[in-house]
Design a protein around this ligand. Structure first.
Ligand SMILES: Cc1ncc(COP(=O)(O)O)c(C=O)c1O
Length: 389
């Protein structure tokens, strides 16, 4: 089906941060399949382990014990300091699991039709529940009736949530991306304070705090989880995208209180937690540790943005350059239609979100020279774009 507006190019192989097109041209990838290819392409250690796993076992049903699932569950519990994980195959499914837990929690509190507080400009996926939770009319239009049970407030605005809490309400959870991705790389103006306030409000009202870290998790911002730039913990955090370096995976990680609401038979997934995806997740995390990729995300994010800031210092067409690790947003003063195609001509893969925000999400393995080259190619592209306009 024509669900995607595709660029006129296809690729035959990749190595490191580079992709080779069918006609042999090399492209510098500053998008990673939209935050998926954590280890870039054809990472030798990753490929070796995956090839071995494919020889041994790809899929086995969840009616049996899956040792690899226990191992990745333990690793995620260890990294998040939470309790257990439900595994699925994508970000929207991970959020579906979180939404189901929030509803179970509401019912356990005696609320008949529990509601979840969600944010303007949020993106949580394309299933009926997650598109209803998302804060974009573009995502929702045509799919009415939307699912009920979501209360929307502005992002990074604790007063709006407090107002709901002050009234008689049916809320059982807050669902929020600590850093909004599709919404335009929006970072709360005081990250620590905002997350702490969210935690406090949830504690006071017995609501679950759910972080959607499908885009900002797995080391992208320089910590395993973006919320770990603060001192608080959520009740639930969802991951997908970069967790298995390109193999489909989703994870809904919860503390003990939230985990135990999901009893046997309440949820499931045929493919979720299969040995191949689990080994891909375990190996991604192992290589991230061995190769210090969290630190690399911090230093290369700084490098790219300092180069961009240096060049665009006095340029009033660049409204802001925001970043957390290798999650980078550059706001132009006007819509940037055509800019992605221009970047493609310069052999650079980028993306534009929310009309005016250039989004960079390079693989976490990017080195100094490649980071400088991303900045250089982007500067050239933006300058050409403004000359053409
Ligand atoms: C924050 C966030 N949540 C959920 C999703 C949905 O993930 P998926 O496309 O794997 O269903 C995305 C995808 O872009 C996302 O960025």
């Amino acid at each position: 089906m024509s669900t995607y507006k595709r660029l006129p190019i296809s690729f035959k192989r990749g190595e490191g941060v580079w992709l080779q097109s069918k006609n042999g041209d090399k492209y510098l990838d500053a998008l990673s399949g939209i935050a998926v290819n954590t280890l870039g392409y054809s990472h030798p250690k990753f490929v070796e382990v995956m090839a071995e796993q494919i020889k041994n076992l790809i899929h086995i049903s969840n009616v049996y014990n899956i040792e690899e699932q226990c191992l990745l569950g333990k690793e995620l519990a260890n990294l998040s300091k939470l309790y257990s994980t439900f595994f699925c195959n994508s970000g929207c499914e991970a959020n579906e699991a979180a939404i189901k837990i929030a509803r179970l929690h509401g019912h356990a509190l005696g609320i008949q039709n529990p509601e979840i507080i969600v944010m303007d400009n949020a993106f949580h996926g394309r299933t009926m529940a997650t598109l209803s939770a998302s804060g974009s009319r573009k995502v929702q239009a045509g799919f009415e009736p939307l699912m009920s049970g979501f209360l929307r407030v502005p992002f990074d605005n604790i007063e709006a949530i407090q107002e709901i809490a002050n009234k008689k309400n049916k809320v059982s959870a807050i669902l929020v991306e600590p850093v909004q991705g599709e919404g335009g790389i929006n970072i709360p103006h005081n990250f620590e304070a905002y997350l702490k306030d969210l935690r406090n409000i949830c504690d006071k009202n017995n609501w679950l705090l759910i972080f959607d870290e499908v885009q900002c998790g797995v080391g992208r911002t320089g910590k395993w989880f973006a919320h770990q730039h603060s001192s608080i913990k959520p009740d639930i955090v969802t991951l997908a995208k970069g967790l298995a370096s390109g193999v489909p995976i989703g994870a809904c990680i919860a503390n003990e209180k939230a985990s135990t609401l999901m009893s046997s038979g309440k949820h499931g997934s045929t493919f979720g937690g299969n040995p191949l995806a689990m080994i891909a997740g375990l190996t991604t995390i192992k290589i991230m540790k061995e190769d210090n990729l969290l630190d690399n995300a911090v230093s290369k994010g700084q490098l790219i943005c300092s180069q961009l800031k240096k060049h665009f210092d006095q340029n009033d067409k660049i409204v802001s350059i925001r970043y957390m690790g290798l999650m980078i947003g550059i706001d132009l003063s006007h819509p940037c239609r055509g800019l992605v195609e221009l970047a493609l001509e310069n052999k650079l893969l980028i993306n534009v979100t929310s009309d005016k925000t250039i989004r960079l999400l390079p693989p976490l393995i990017i080195n100094n020279d490649e980071a400088k080259l991303v900045a250089k190619k982007l500067v050239k592209t933006i300058d050409e774009f403004h000359k053409k306009a």
